[in-house]
Design a protein around this ligand. Structure first.
Ligand code: FES
Length: 252
């Protein structure tokens, strides 16, 4: 049931762009009403359904699982389906596409460069040893070593909030390093040396300047910067078995 006290009259500013039109990107304003419990995604859908059906954006699960509705909301990366209207600081809401990836239309970006970087770090289990007759067993402690980085949903919030990535899209980016971390520190995996070699590059982990934007942007609250530092440390020490490595500031 509607609670009139929680209704907010929002001015929604959306950055619109259609590269095929030949026109420059522009800001378009919409006046919309929203309940406090609505999400930013609901507000955008309201525009699409009742104001302007030409608006382009992605979404699928609407529950923070698929990662498809990453966008820049009031200047900060986030998932539109996870941000509640009642938590917006004021009644002007700006929405634009995530930065550093080509815009296909409005809020839709081309994710191919992002997934090419992801694939480059071999984000799968590598183990050519003879398969055991039972599962490849792992202790709870070994599983906990990479638990945080298993949470990635590949939304690109981290990579596209990273200033070094904005300046150099050849940089593999935080999300790729997070997914490399997930396997490098998996006791069942044997591909750590190969992945570390791939990332030991000026377009690999050494492009990271420890800005922490990635950690702030992650909707899954992954300690992204810490994961990157752990990969750097493994590279420098040649040891992937260090217990509880501290966050260290390393530049190169
Ligand atoms: S729509 Fe799936 S994470 Fe938001």
């Amino acid at each position: 049931m509607s609670n009139s006290e929680s209704v907010r009259n929002l001015t929604l500013k959306i950055k619109r762009y259609d590269p095929e039109s030949g026109e420059k990107p522009r800001w378009e304003e919409y006046k919309v009403q929203a309940e406090g419990h609505d999400r930013v995604l609901d507000v955008i859908q309201n525009v699409k359904w009742y104001h302007d059906e030409s608006l382009g954006f992605r979404r699928s699960c609407a529950h923070g699982v698929c990662g498809s509705d990453a966008m820049r909301i009031n200047g900060v990366n986030g998932l539109a389906c996870k941000i509640l209207v009642k938590n917006l600081p004021n009644d002007v809401l700006t929405v634009e596409p995530i930065l550093g990836l080509p815009v296909i239309k409005d809020l839709i970006v081309d994710m191919k460069p992002f997934f090419d970087h992801y694939k480059s770090v071999l984000p799968f289990l590598i183990n050519d040893e003879p398969a055991p007759t039972t599962e490849r067993l792992q202790s709870p402690q070994d599983r906990a070593r990479f638990d945080d980085t298993t949470k990635c949903i590949l939304c690109a919030c981290c990579t596209t909030s990273c200033p070094p990535f904005w300046g150099d899209q050849k940089y593999v980016g935080p999300a790729s390093i997070v997914n490399a971390h997930r396997f490098i520190f998996d006791s069942r995996d044997r591909g750590a040396a190969e992945r570390l070699d791939i990332l030991n590059d000026t377009e690999g982990v050494w492009r990271c300047r420890t800005v922490f934007n990635c950690t702030s942007a992650c909707p899954r609250e992954i300690k992204v910067t810490q994961a990157i530092q752990e990969v750097k440390r493994a590279m420098l020490t040649g040891d992937i078995n260090l217990e509880n490595p501290e966050v260290v500031s390393i530049s190169h």
